[in-house]
Design a protein around this ligand. Structure first.
Ligand SMILES: [Zn+2]
Length: 221
């Protein structure tokens, strides 16, 4: 091994750690994952819009699968707040392609977590998302007006009907005037059945919002 090779491998060990998703490629800061994984998120399938109860229209940036799924899981459960940067290009691409859906929006609202759970996780992933979107779309975001007042069971363990009854009455708008006459974009990380978004909608509409539609980072298919 030449001196140069030795130096290069030292630099690699010191400055580059392996990608947390594939474990193979080195990551290049400021990205939290390697370029090939980021590329596979960018190229992942984009689902079409869906309509939930009450005509609530939901757009999702990517299908919840492969690198997208791994990255979101890592982001949520390993407290890796900067993991969201893996989605910036995909997000940017998505918002540009769907600009018509965002033009009339006045306010981005993140789906809240129950305070004790948020303290445990140290951050709310939907809030991180809402802030990124807010910067991209130049629309104000709000994280503390829609709150979660009930510590509900983990949705992942429940069926659709149970999910809805589990969430009933667990969201609350603190100050109606902040939502009144606004076209609101409700943001969450992953949509499975849509029960969470559906449960938030009556509260926002009840506060006098003009319209509500949703955007999630990913959707299970
Ligand atoms: Zn990777």
């Amino acid at each position: 091994m030449s001196v140069k090779q030795l130096l290069d491998s030292c630099i690699n060990v010191i400055f580059y750690s392996a990608c947390p998703l594939c474990g193979r490629e080195p990551i290049k800061h400021p990205l939290p994952i390697c370029r090939p994984c980021e590329e596979s998120i960018l190229q992942a399938r984009v689902p079409g819009p869906v309509f939930l109860q009450g005509g609530l229209r939901i757009l999702s940036c990517r299908v919840y699968d492969g690198s997208v799924k791994e990255s979101i899981k890592y982001f949520k459960y390993r407290h890796a707040g900067n993991m969201m940067r893996s989605f910036e290009r995909a997000f940017d691409d998505f918002t540009k392609r769907n600009m018509d859906s965002f033009l009339d929006k006045d306010l981005i609202v993140s789906v809240p977590m129950y305070p004790a759970r948020q303290r445990k996780r140290t951050f709310n992933q939907s809030e991180v998302l809402a802030k990124i979107l807010s910067g991209m779309l130049s629309i104000q975001s709000s994280s503390y007006n829609l709150i979660k007042t009930k510590d509900t069971l983990h949705q992942a363990e429940l069926g659709r009907r149970e999910r809805l009854s589990n969430l009933k009455g667990s969201f609350f708008v603190t100050r109606s005037e902040l939502f009144r006459d606004k076209n609101i974009l409700l943001v969450d990380d992953v949509m499975t059945t849509g029960a969470t978004l559906e449960a938030c909608m009556p509260e926002i509409v009840g506060a006098g919002a003009r319209s509500v539609s949703g955007l999630t980072l990913a959707r299970t298919m």
